[in-house]
Write a protein of this length. Structure first.
Length: 285
């Protein structure tokens, strides 16, 4: 999905108080407005100023996957993931599979994603891939993650049962990340018991996200990642404004409040988790 013009017109949130070290485990630099190396540097410099020392920029279509891999070459603080978003699974032609396989082998591409299942958009979004097509594409991405030995990054929207069924049928890769985890306590327990990582975004700060907020204390610290999913899901009290990696400290502090742990401690833990999960060097500065 691409950022709306209304979102672009809203005033950006102020920079939060710095919190270091942090890694944004899932963002979309192109959707944040970056087009070239100079744009990328501006965004990651802004993030670094508040303690976010590295970001993983994510693809949702083939053009975005190509761009993400290039962006990871432009700046050492940027890494990438490559896949087709489940809503775009219709585009997973033989030619697209060949190109995604090549991108997944790139040393700066650290995950296969985002892939998965989305039961919210079919019937609502014109051109959205049907569930059966999404399922087949998800299975293919699972196999790719196994073959290239990289983490599988999952998009799951209103599809807990479907995602779990595919993972069980195909067999999960060694490392699985549920990006923007937004499910309930039952799903959190399933994922935790399986040893999967849960990545929390700004939705954790939304007061109406009661099921998610109840689930957060069930996530062991060693299975927790943090992300912005920018330019979407800007944390409270700036919900609806344009999001960027520099906003990540707002989300980490919201998580810290929910589980009654120091934000500084969570920053260290989640950064260590991201480094191990993605095979990243520890951020400096």
């Amino acid at each position: 999905m691409r950022v709306s013009s209304n979102r672009r017109e809203r005033e950006a949130p102020p920079a939060p108080e710095a919190l270091t070290p942090l890694i944004d485990a899932h963002t979309h630099l192109d959707a944040c407005g970056a087009r070239d190396a100079a744009d990328v540097r501006v965004i990651v410099d802004r993030a670094a100023a508040v303690g976010v020392g590295a970001v993983v920029t994510i693809a949702d279509d083939l053009h975005s996957a190509r761009w993400a891999a290039r962006a990871a070459e432009w700046d050492p603080r940027v890494y990438a993931a490559a896949a087709l978003h489940p809503t775009r699974a219709d585009a997973l032609t033989d030619e697209a599979r060949t190109e995604i396989e090549a991108l997944a082998a790139h040393p700066r591409v650290v995950a296969v994603g985002e892939t998965g299942m989305d039961m919210y958009w079919p019937g609502r979004l014109e051109g959205c891939a049907a569930p059966a097509v999404q399922r087949e594409a998800f299975a293919w991405h699972i196999d790719l993650a196994k073959r290239c030995g990289k983490p599988l990054m999952i998009h799951n929207r209103d599809a807990d049962a479907e995602v779990l069924d595919v993972l069980r049928t195909e067999g999960a890769p060694d490392v699985v990340i549920f990006h923007c985890f937004s499910s309930d306590s039952a799903m959190a327990r399933e994922c935790v018991d399986a040893g999967w990582f849960l990545s929390l975004s700004g939705t954790v700060s939304f007061r109406n996200a009661r099921a998610l907020r109840d689930a957060v204390p069930l996530i062991p610290a060693e299975q927790l990642l943090v992300e912005t999913d920018a330019p979407f899901l800007t944390p409270h009290p700036y919900r609806g404004a344009p999001n960027e990696p520099y906003c990540l400290p707002y989300t980490v502090r919201a998580i810290a409040e929910l589980i009654d742990r120091p934000a500084e401690e969570l920053a260290v833990i989640t950064t260590g988790n991201a480094c191990r999960t993605y095979g990243l060097a520890a951020p400096t500065g």
